[in-house]
Design a binder for this molecule. Structure first.
Ligand code: MF3
Ligand code: CO
Ligand code: CO
Length: 247
């Protein structure tokens, strides 16, 4: 069942979305060579607290971090720890905050002094694929129109979409219906309606699409050890263009 949010609920989603974006961008600004991922997570915890919000991740199915930090071949759900960021790394930061009963979920991939053209391209293409997906999140379209738009951008640039993890509806719960794969034929799935709120989140691999979950039970790694990027926005379907809530 897809929950339609009222105008008042959408206003509240806008606030939680904005706070998630503030945390995301604050943490992104702290990413630099030498910093440990746990330091980034601790900082995120302080910012979240100072905003009067809560981490939507900490304690979710036992997840231990305030945020997810996935470096290089880590795709998503990296647990913050003693690893230090290095020059040339790509660092995906995924933030979920709960405020006033509603959740905002957003991610980006930060490049740390990256010069290699293929790596720059991977990160840019992933962000572009998110934009293409959001452009299809319009009333009257179907869920897989988003999926197909994302996949098209990724394929056209020679990268691969991760198939084992998907975007999702979001609201009072972090993961609501519908699931939003980043691949597939257009014209399938639920018809989008104003008041639906969706987390669209392409995970894009430099090499093959296959991934594995590490022994920690959370960190998702590319099977071939190549790099992966991740961008995510929470958006609202409206009568016109989708509204990005995590800005
Ligand atoms: N934010 C992730 C998503 O985009 C979910 C993270 S769950 C956690 O759906 F437990 F790892 F935090
Ligand atoms: Co997320
Ligand atoms: Co999400």
């Amino acid at each position: 069942m897809i929950v339609i949010k009222s105008a008042a609920e959408l206003e509240r989603m806008k606030v939680s979305g904005h706070l998630a974006a503030v945390v995301r961008d604050s943490v992104a600004g702290k990413v630099s060579p030498g910093v440990k991922t746990i330091e980034l997570s601790d900082y995120a915890g302080e910012v979240i607290k100072s905003l009067g919000a809560e981490s939507a991740f900490k304690g979710y199915r036992g997840y231990p971090g305030n945020i997810c930090i996935s470096v290089n071949d880590a795709v998503v759900h990296g647990i913050p720890g003693s690893r230090r960021i290095d020059l040339g790394d790509i660092v995906s930061i995924d933030v979920g905050v709960k405020y006033d009963g509603f959740i905002g979920d957003t991610a980006l991939t930060v490049m740390v002094g990256v010069t290699e053209p293929d790596v720059l391209s991977l990160v840019k293409v992933t962000e572009k694929s998110l934009e293409a997906g959001i452009a299809m999140a319009r009333a009257g379209n179907r869920v897989s129109d988003i999926s197909h738009a994302v996949e098209k951008v990724v394929q056209a640039n020679g990268f691969s979409v991760v198939r084992d993890f998907v975007g999702h509806g979001i609201g009072r719960q972090m993961h609501e219906d519908p699931q939003i794969p980043n691949f597939g034929s257009p014209g399938r799935g639920a018809v989008l309606k104003p008041g639906m709120t969706l987390a669209i989140e392409p995970m894009v691999n430099q090499g093959a699409a296959s991934v594995d979950v590490q022994a920690d039970g959370w960190t998702v790694l590319t099977r071939d050890g190549k790099l992966s990027a991740h961008f995510e926005h929470t958006v609202a379907v409206t009568e016109g263009a989708a509204e990005i809530l995590t800005i």
